[in-house]
Design a protein around this ligand. Sequence first.
Ligand SMILES: Cc1ncc(C[n+]2csc(CCOP(=O)(O)OP(=O)(O)O)c2C)c(N)n1
Length: 932
Amino acid sequence: MNYLLRQLSAVRPQALQPRLPRTNLLTCPGATLCPVRGYKSLRGVYGYKPVEPNPFSLPEVVIQQRAEESNVFRFISAYREFGHLKANINPLAPNTRLVPELEPQKYGLTSDKTYTIKGLVAGCEETCTLELLQDILNQKYCGHIGAEFSYLPTEEEREWFATALETTSKEALTTEERIKLARDMLRSQTFDNFLATKFQSVKRYGGEGAESMVGFFTEAFKNIAQDGVEQAMIAIAHRGRLNLLTGILQYPPVVMFQKMKGLPEFPPEVKFTGDVLSHLVNSVDLEMGEHTLHVTMLPNPSHLEAVNPVGCGKTRARQRSLGDGCFSSEASARQSDKVVCIQVHGDAALGGQGIMQETLALSEAPHFTIGGALHISINNQVGYTTPGERTRSSTYCTDIAKMCSMPVIHVNGDDPEAVVKAARLAVQYQRKFRRDVFIDLVCWRRWGHNELDNPRFTNPSMYANIDSRRSVPDTYADALVSEGVLTQGDVTKFVNDHMSFLAEQYKLADSYVPKAPHFKKQWSGLVQAPGSIEVWDTGIDAASLKYLGAKSVHVPEGFNMHKHLKKTHIDTRLQKLTDGRGMDWATGEALAMASLLHQGFNIRFCGQDVGRGTFSQRHCMFVDQVSDEMYIPLNHMSETQTNHLEVVNSILSEEAVLGFEYGFSVESPNTLCIWEAQFGDFFNGAQIIIDTFLSSGERKWLTQSGLVMVLPHGYDGAGPEHSSCHIERFLQNCDSSETSPDGEDVNWGIVNPTTPAQYFHLLRRQVMRNYRKPLIIAGPKMILRLPAATSSLEDMAPGTHFLPVLGDKSVSPDSVRKVIFVSGKHYYALVSEREARGISDTAIIRLESLCPFPTKEINDELIKYKKAKTLVWSQEEHRNMGAWTFVHPRFENLCSTKLLYAGRDVSGVAAVGVGQLHKQEIQAIMDKTFNH
Ligand SMILES: Cc1ncc(C[n+]2csc(CCOP(=O)(O)OP(=O)(O)O)c2C)c(N)n1
């Protein structure tokens, strides 16, 4: 067996050395508390941009002009609100819609008069006729750009948007910009054509019909870089992804080609399973004139829109690491606004996937805000085979944006210059107001869902129309040629040059050797997890723990503490720390967090109501009972504290929030990221994130995450829901072997700890190891305060660590005839029952770790009980649930042990909803366990 005991001092990599040496902890004066900063801690402002009094007011002269021409202004306002309905944004059909709100007679305007529009429409000084006014407004509001902004939350935003939109329509692109636009689109088209010839059976989800999206990207990159943004984070699905990667993000086509030939993207020495072509990524520095913009494209799963909250979480983590202080925060952990998240949607996915509702709901919520994202919907008016109008109930695929009053700019994708202008406008808005903004790029799709798919079976007339169309790049190039901006020779050269480049790359594909992944920047010092089992010393001396524990409940003078909390939480904790024993779960957790903060790690603890704790157990933040101010003691441990606990009482979402936390964790390996479900079973709302990122991300993309999921679990009569965290589903989703002992290189850890000290060690180990693995913790409910489930400071002392198996010290091995194996809080029920039945020949052994499966530790226990005749697995879950189906084959194969089963029968429901039945079932489990 490959089993290795590692001492922390011997193996802790240099890069992860705590910034405060351990000796600092030892010299902390356990009894005296350092003075703390003032606690005016900006309730609800943590992570927000500073709220300033809105200085905006319309100039007097404008108010007067509007008053004088109030009917004209009402008419103009109608265009601002409804003009988009008349705009020519659909390249496949002219807009013939009648918009009654835009009829001038409704505003008392007639053709026989002239009207003063000075000050009412940007850039217009004229006095004009109704017809001229209509022309001006139609041109500004109903051309190839139509925008929705009348619902923006402030007058300043609405006024700004109207002026910006009215001005945008006038701005022309420079000759240089136009040539670049033509060249970029021709390259995109050439890339698609090249693949169509060389890889006819490859699904590339090409950009044909949507090539003007490259205009959006280049313009957005240029504009944000000019505004001082240093990085862009792109969350994108399949459509046009490869074009973007090779065309703009400098992804070497050779790597893509070798992948298309079926070869792996990583070298053979790394443990990985790889991913499909349409999920490839790149991270690159783009030179944008005087500015450099670092652009990162995230790996994504096929599950559409799932990547968006992940992109937001990763963006926030990067903003935190760059912290230049744009966003203020509770404990002076600062957040930069130098990173912009760009989310690329499909129209059907955007209209249908609920995760977008959740993601947008995060956009301005404390602890989640990233200063506004740029969104673009590649609206090709069809989803797979389903025509656009059947993919939603709303007018536009972007209507979800209105949920959070975000502006939407609809643009005709056949007009690439309009797309560039739309991008400019979107960036200007995002930079000015740091809010999300959407572009709806209305375009079409040349082929089926992929290039092997025939779209004409289901959308014949649409495709008759599309088949008759010349491509957007060709049409645009033709226009520039006819205007004399380009020659036909220039166009041919653009195409040929790119074709030659691709052909060269193609030749290199067979001899290309994939590069070994390496851990860079914040990942330096980390490695892939070893194939053996390691033990990390995560203990801390008692004096330091007492000091830190006292800090965890310390509030400044003058803080109005809730009286009950003072008695039951603070005084009790202080007393237990003094005694050195009786530590409850929340104390173990607080000690783990305090020590990690002290040792140079940040912590982000997220979930619904985590600050107080669902079971009113945690109280890692206190609220002043007079002022409502929030105070987090662990952020005020000393004057010089540099690391922080971000207590994230999240919105009521599981999927987007977990995605966000995953994104944060992959960006920030030295932050302990914890997501706690309100009750364990609520994780199922986030199943897509769990399956496609958390459990599989490292295997697919070599991306490590140390995210901890705490899932309160346990049968306590609470009914079908709230009882089970369905640990069987996590076990089914792990790659622990049934036939050979696991190493640390399993895809994730799954544990069911039964003491605060075990939990303490797990949390500490999570960031102290030199690799990251997601950790699933079946968390406590009733044992949060169970006297039998407490720990002493000795259990956390130097030299101690997480124990994958807890043996039974209460029995003498020679007298044992039966061994019961159990995992989780059911242990305490078994111990009570054994006592009640007066049994003395039965040992009860706890499996605290399920994955990696603790083969060695189980065998070590089994060896002690040579006279045992009966070996039982006892669980409170149903037979088809809990850990039974997982442990059963492993006990047989790895421990040569046949176990009897004692637990609930199979069921399709997690737990009964009738108290009497619940009790009967428990009795039956106890009888089976002890009578076997
Ligand atoms: C959550 C989810 N459901 C179903 C699918 C299967 N699927 C792949 S692409 C697609 C259509 C997407 O349409 P749209 O969002 O308009 O993007 P487009 O492919 O047209 O660019 C569907 C249904 C998926 N990938 N993800």
